[in-house]
Write a protein that binds this ligand. Structure first.
Ligand SMILES: C[S@@+](CC[C@H](N)C(=O)[O-])C[C@H]1O[C@@H](n2cnc3c(N)ncnc32)[C@H](O)[C@@H]1O
Length: 322
């Protein structure tokens, strides 16, 4: 374990890590495994059941920034425990650019019954295949772990085409570090690349509902809605591809009428290095906001009204909360 990974016990007893390089945590401190189970897995399963019922034969998931694997392990655990095991084959692609996270997967798997073999196969061979006797016949679990820079989804067309040909996703778990620390993984172009490798009726789930993140998703053509996020005052985000038309009207209003409509965008300079890219995304958004406010000073007022409106609406809904 390098000192980039400082283990921390979260509220549900599961361990997360603090990454010194990014000054950020790998999971919610309200419960690392709980976040995986409640935000990513339950949201995906709810969507999947509502959208397809039992009409699907295979579910394909992208675990983007898979880290030590909690999202994948929780998903497989749920899939095994519920009747879905009888309905679908399950294919999961885990992508993370840090080889050290693979070493930690064995420890992570201790939080789950029956996941040790999968963790060890993923570490040693990069894949895990398992045949399961479901309630409705024999089904297969296939997991592939890929060490790759997910930024290449938009910056390297070759990598993207490789994925696109063999993987079209029903669900994407988007779990990078905080947007302000690595905005290039939360920018409009990045979300557009997701669109291209997601099915028409598919779901993207993430923990951040920061304004530029919503804006980036909207701009890339997703329908965006709040989703439950354990222990957090604010919710996470669920974003749907075009086929599943659901969106939160208030969020759309914020998107349309305030400077919040401006997402992080890939810096204009061609292919900058990661560090420059972070600064570049942030600087570019600041510049675009300044320009917009100069041209449309009334936007500031709209923002103030909207904030006030949201505050009043929240107080009416929840009179006891200060
Ligand atoms: C918040 S943690 C994800 C936690 C993870 N879902 C888990 O259960 O452990 C963010 C992850 O993003 C990975 N990451 C950061 N930049 C990346 C990039 N450009 N491409 C792929 N993975 C990246 C880090 O290595 C880290 O594992």
């Amino acid at each position: 374990l390098t000192n980039a990974f400082i283990p921390i016990v979260t509220e549900d007893g599961s361990v997360t890590y603090y990454n010194k390089e990014f000054s950020d945590y790998y999971h919610s401190r309200h419960g690392a495994v709980r976040e995986a189970r409640e935000l990513y897995v339950l949201t995906a399963m709810h969507f999947f059941e509502q959208t397809f019922g039992h009409q699907h034969s295979e579910m394909t998931v992208l675990d983007a920034c898979a880290g030590v694997g909690y999202n994948t392990f929780s998903f497989v655990e749920y899939w095994r425990q519920h009747r879905f095991s009888g309905m679908y084959d399950l294919r999961i692609l885990m992508v993370d650019n840090d080889p050290k996270t693979a070493e930690l997967m064995k420890t992570a798997a201790e939080n789950y019954k029956d996941m040790q073999q999968a963790a060890s196969n993923l570490f040693r061979h990069g894949t895990h295949t398992e045949i399961v006797q479901g309630t409705n016949g024999v089904r297969q679990i296939f997991i592939k772990r890929m060490q790759a820079d997910i930024r290449r989804f938009y910056s390297d067309e070759v990598f993207f085409r490789t994925i696109q040909n063999s993987w079209q996703f029903d669900a994407v778990f988007h779990d990078p570090f905080t947007p302000s620390r690595c905005p290039s993984l939360w920018c409009e172009e990045f979300f557009q690349s997701y669109q291209r490798c997601m099915k028409d009726n598919a779901i993207l789930i993430t923990y951040s509902n920061a304004v530029p993140v919503r804006a980036g998703l909207f701009a890339a053509g997703f329908k965006v809605k709040p989703s439950m996020c354990p222990g957090k005052k604010k919710s996470g985000i669920t974003a749907y591809t075009a086929g599943s038309a659901k969106s939160d009207a208030l969020w759309e209003a914020v998107y349309l009428f305030t400077s919040g409509r401006l997402p992080y965008r890939r810096p204009e300079e061609n292919r900058p290095k990661a560090a420059d890219e972070t600064a570049g995304c942030i600087e570019q958004r600041k510049r675009e906001i300044n320009d917009l406010l100069l041209k449309n000073p009334e936007i500031k007022k709209i923002k103030t009204y909207l904030k006030q409106y949201l505050k009043t609406a929240a107080a009416e809904k929840n009179p006891d909360r200060k």
